[in-house]
Design a protein around this ligand. Structure first.
Ligand code: IMP
Length: 177
């Protein structure tokens, strides 16, 4: 068990690099099976998903494409609150099999508000692969097709996830103490 400090908080090792790699491989194998004969388009959400997406993509052995995006939020006209749209999505999603790649689903708000703009383009299918999920914190309805680890409602860093900009480079996932 190793303890690290980032800014004002202490974190302890929670998921080892080996466990992460094993899980990522399992998710890739499930996707390879489910999308056999198709050519999925992976859409990883920056910044957090960059490491998960890179490792996942290495284990994909069917024809596939990838397009990284950033999300931008603005106040919509409707009272339903913020609308979230993609920056950098240079693919037409019409009739494509799309897999959104996320680092973590916390409240679910980000994806819940973002998915309608993708559905609007009428993809053939639209699924979510999330490395981590905090079900206790999830208040926006969301269906996650591929989940790596179910974790408690505690802040984590590493393997792409940051605490105030830092910690993304860690190979393991750490949990706040
Ligand atoms: P949601 O919209 O509440 O599901 O939040 C999703 C985003 O919040 C993720 O893509 C992360 O960028 C960030 N996030 C949520 N929980 C954590 C955490 O424990 N550590 C680091 N980032 C987090």
């Amino acid at each position: 068990m190793s303890i690290i400090t980032i800014h004002d908080k202490q974190f302890e090792t929670y998921i080892s690099a080996e466990e992460i790699q094993q899980k990522v491989k399992q998710i890739a194998e499930a996707i390879n099976t489910d999308y056999a004969g198709k050519m999925p388009l992976f859409i990883p959400v920056l910044n957090g998903a960059f490491m998960f997406a890179a490792d996942l993509f290495k284990y994909i052995n069917i024809p596939a494409e990838v397009s990284f995006i950033k999300l931008a939020s603005y106040k919509g006209m409707k009272s339903s609150g913020n609308v979230i749209t993609a920056i950098g999505l240079d693919y037409d999603l019409y009739n494509r099999d799309v897999v959104i790649v996320e680092d973590i689903v916390d409240t679910g708000k980000t994806l819940n508000k973002f998915l309608p703009s993708l559905e609007h383009q009428q993809p053939a299918s639209l699924k979510i692969a999330a490395l981590l999920h905090k079900p206790e914190a999830t208040i926006y309805p969301l269906s996650i097709a591929y989940t790596g680890f179910i974790i408690p409602n505690k802040f984590v860093v590493g393997y792409g996830l940051d605490y105030d900009g830092q910690g993304r480079n860690l190979k393991e996932i750490y949990q706040v103490i």
